[in-house]
Design a protein around this ligand. Structure first.
Ligand SMILES: Cc1ncc(COP(=O)(O)O)c(C=O)c1O
Length: 388
C-alpha cells in the first residue's frame, strides 16, 4: 500500500488556521506561495480559451502545442538540445505530481534515494510512501569538496535516485555549475542511478547569480528527469500545471500512471500554459515586465529580511541567492518545532526547520512572499521572543 505522511508544512498551516478561527490575526511566513497574481495575460488567455471551447480530454502526455513550447523553453533557457516533444515531455497536474510519477517509476521498495538536506518535505514523503528509503546528505555551509566526498560515501548498490533542487526550498541556496558538474561526474560512473532535478525556482535568482541545471551535463542527461512548472514562474499555483522532461523509457512509464490516475491536465489550463510559455520563449515584453517587477520586489524583501536578521545576535544564515526563502539558524534554540510554536502564540506562523530533514533542525524557514510591512511585524515579534 502507498502510505504517505502528512505534509509537515501543511500540518503547521492547519494548526495556524485553528488559531485564526478563534479570531487571532496571524502573520503568515510559512506558505511558499507568491502573493502576486498570475500575469494579466494568463487570466485573459484562460477566459478567452474557455469562451471558445469547453475543455475535453487531451492526450495523457499533454497537448502537442504545449509540449512543443516546453521543449523550446528547455532548449533556450537551459541551452541544451531540444527534448523530443513526442517522447520526452510529460505535462502533469503540478510539479508535485510530476515528482510522484518520477519517483514511482524509478524506485522499487527498499531502493535508496539520496536527498540533500534540508529538502522539500514532499521528496521524503513520496519516497517513503512508495517504500523507498531516504538517505540524507548535508550540504548547508559545507565546501564543494566536503559535499562530493560525503556524496560518494552515501552511494551504495541500492542507490537509485539522487535529487537536486536548486535554487533550493527551504534554504534558497543555489548549487553552482561547478559543483553540479562534479556531482554529474560522480553519478556518470554509476549506471543504475537517475537524477531528479527539481528546477521549479529556476527564475528566482538574485544579486546577479545564475541558474544552472545538472541536465546541462551531457554525461548524465539521459538519466536526468527535470521537473518544472508554472506555479512559481507565473504564480499559477491554483491552475495546477507542471511538467517532467526525461528519457523516453522513463516518460513512457510515467505516462501509464498518469493515464490510469488523473488521465490528463485540464485542457484550458494546458492551452493557457502553452500561450504563457510561447510568450516567454519569444521574449514577450508583457512577460518580461511581469517577471522583472516580481523579482525586483522579492529582491527588496529579501534584502530587508537579511539585513534585519543580521542585526540579531546568535542567528547565522548561509546566504540564499535563489527561490524566496531565508533559512536562518538560531544558535540559542533547542527545538525548531517548539520555537515555531512560541512564535505562533505571538501571532507569527513560520515553518520549523526540522520539517525539512535532520540538517534543518535549529532553523526556521521564512518565506518572503509577504510585503515588507508584514516582514517588519515579524521581526518585531521575533525580537521579543529571541532574547538572551
Ligand atoms: C521544490 C518544490 N517542488 C515542487 C513544488 C510544487 O509545485 P506545484 O505547485 O507545481 O505542484 C514546490 C512547492 O512549493 C516546491 O517547493
Amino acid at each position: 500500500m502507498v502510505k504517505f505522511e502528512e505534509s509537515g508544512t501543511v500540518a503547521f498551516f492547519n494548526r495556524a488556521k485553528q488559531f485564526e478561527t478563534q479570531g487571532k490575526p496571524l502573520i503568515h511566513l510559512e506558505v511558499g506561495e507568491l502573493d502576486f497574481p498570475p500575469p494579466s495575460f494568463v487570466i485573459r488567455d484562460a477566459q478567452e480559451i474557455l469562451t471558445q471551447r469547453s475543455p475535453k480530454y487531451t492526450p495523457s502526455w499533454g497537448l502537442p502545442e504545449l509540449r512543443e513550447e516546453i521543449g523550446i523553453y528547455l532548449e533556450k533557457r537551459y541551452r541544451i538540445p531540444r527534448p523530443d516533444s513526442r517522447s520526452e515531455i510529460m505535462v502533469t497536474p503540478g510539479a508535485k505530481f510530476a515528482l510522484f510519477l518520477a519517483f514511482s517509476v524509478l524506485l522499487d521498495p527498499g531502493d535508496e534515494c539520496i536527498l540533500f538536506s534540508p529538502y522539500f518535505p514532499t521528496f521524503k514523503a513520496i519516497v517513503e510512501g512508495i517504500g523507498g528509503k531516504v538517505i540524507e546528505q548535508s550540504f548547508l555551509g559545507l565546501s564543494d569538496a566536503e559535499i562530493t566526498t560525503e556524496l560518494q560515501k552515501k552511494i551504495t548498490n541500492k542507490t537509485r535516485v539522487i535529487v537536486i533542487n536548486s535554487p533550493n526550498n527551504p534554504s534558497g541556496i543555489i548549487i553552482s555549475k561547478d559543483l553540479l558538474g562534479k556531482i554529474a561526474g560522480i553519478i556518470s560512473s554509476q549506471k543504475n542511478i537517475h537524477v531528479i532535478s527539481d528546477d521549479i525556482y529556476e527564475r528566482f535568482t538574485y544579486e546577479g547569480q545564475v541558474f544552472s541545471s545538472i541536465t546541462q551535463f551531457p554525461e548524465i542527461r539521459a538519466r536526468t528527469i527535470v521537473i518544472n512548472g508554472f506555479s512559481k514562474s507565473f504564480a499559477m499555483t491554483g491552475f495546477r500545471i507542471g511538467y517532467a522532461i526525461g528519457p523516453s523509457q522513463v516518460i513512457s512509464e510515467v505516462d501509464k500512471i498518469q493515464q490510469n490516475t488523473v488521465t490528463c491536465v485540464n485542457e484550458t489550463v494546458q492551452l493557457t500554459g502553452a500561450k504563457a510559455l510561447e510568450r516567454t520563449n519569444h521574449n514577450d515584453a508583457d512577460y518580461y515586465h511581469y517577471s522583472q517587477d516580481m523579482l525586483a520586489e522579492l529582491a527588496r524583501r529579501r534584502q530587508f529580511l537579511l539585513e534585519q536578521l543580521d542585526q540579531i545576535p546568535d542567528i547565522s544564515i548561509v546566504r540564499p541567492y535563489g527561490a524566496f526563502y531565508v533559512f536562518p539558524k538560531f544558535g540559542r534554540i533547542e527545538s525548531s518545532y517548539e520555537f515555531a510554536l512560541k512564535l505562533l502564540d505571538k501571532g507569527a506562523v513560520v515553518t520549523p526547520g526540522i520539517v525539512f530533514g535532520q540538517f534543518g533542525e535549529s532553523h526556521l524557514r521564512l518565506c518572503y512572499t509577504q510585503p515588507i510591512k508584514i516582514l517588519e511585524q515579524f521581526i518585531q515579534i521575533l525580537k521579543t521572543i529571541y532574547k538572551k
